[in-house]
Write a protein that binds this ligand. Sequence first.
Ligand code: COA
Length: 326
Amino acid sequence: KITGIGHYTPETIITNHYFIEKGLDTSNDWIVERTGIHQRRFNKPNSGSSELSHKASLKCLDNAKLSPEDLDLIIVATSTPDHLSFPSTACILQEKLNCKNTPAFDLSAACSGFCFALSTAENYLLNDNYKHILVVGVDCLSSITNLNDRKTAILFGDGAGAVILTKTNSKNSGIIYSKMYSNGTHKDILKIPEGGSKSPINPEVTKNESHYIHMDGKAVFKSAINTTVPAIKEALNSVNLSTNDISYLICHQANKRIIDNIALKLKIPNEKVIINLDKYGNTSAASIPLAMSEFNDTIGFKKGDILVLVGFGAGFTWGVNIVIWE
Ligand code: COA
């Protein structure tokens, strides 16, 4: 079950007007109408995902009334680690938290990262001798976004969210369903074309700006809806629940129109759909725990609430977790 939750977002607020002032051919009306985003946060230079993770994790530990030594495992879902490849951001976070000897690793599943990490943590708790696992979703997409490309620049922001998953014997609380999905045939619709092992970074790569996010927005939009709606139906079916039983739907915060479409197709009313992308944009692996944590801080979940978490993103990947809140 989830025994702690916390989030952190950087202080610097980037409004839609920032992009207009930068000379991008866009408008506040276009951005708000097509995405629902009003502003996002950008991390400060020389900070990185580990710093955001650290701040979110401290809040999460405080919320759980646990100390770093209580953690048996740290999983950090991110596509924007502090360093390319290694050391992992999870190891840097482990050092920052001062929990020596706790195994720690990063997990890469783009914007589905948090759902994949929850599923992974759940399996460690079911199969191994672990009691408390810290699961962090964090991204600084501002570091891999071409701020001169109006098709992507306006979408993304930076942030972190964290939960602690704790082993429980109760069958009626905590995570009651998790499933991860991937379809590599859609690998090209959202990607960073170069700068990896296939085509390492060099002056040509940077000149072509192919070390930044490239996206076929329409294809991603369609894939997001076409994959998640059947996955949510399958999830509810498997645990004998209906859409009426859902207390809150918490989708990856990519675009308000995508979330509205998913909710409409499942006939889930607006008041059950948690949205905070207007303030933070698409924070990738952070978006679901950030939306959950902020909601919990302000309005608050109640014991017994049924939360459906839905992630989707590059790969193409998607995933669903159903959680009964304690
Ligand atoms: N401001 C103004 N115009 C813009 C613009 C911007 N920031 N970005 C694109 N446009 C233009 C396009 O160039 C296009 O112009 P054209 O008709 O002259 O060619 C027009 O707006 C329509 O573009 P289109 O891509 O069809 O818009 P859209 O309605 O599909 O919205 C997205 C674009 C990116 C907002 C939308 O496709 C989307 O959100 N897709 C999913 C992205 C996502 O969630 N990615 C992360 C997944 S984890």
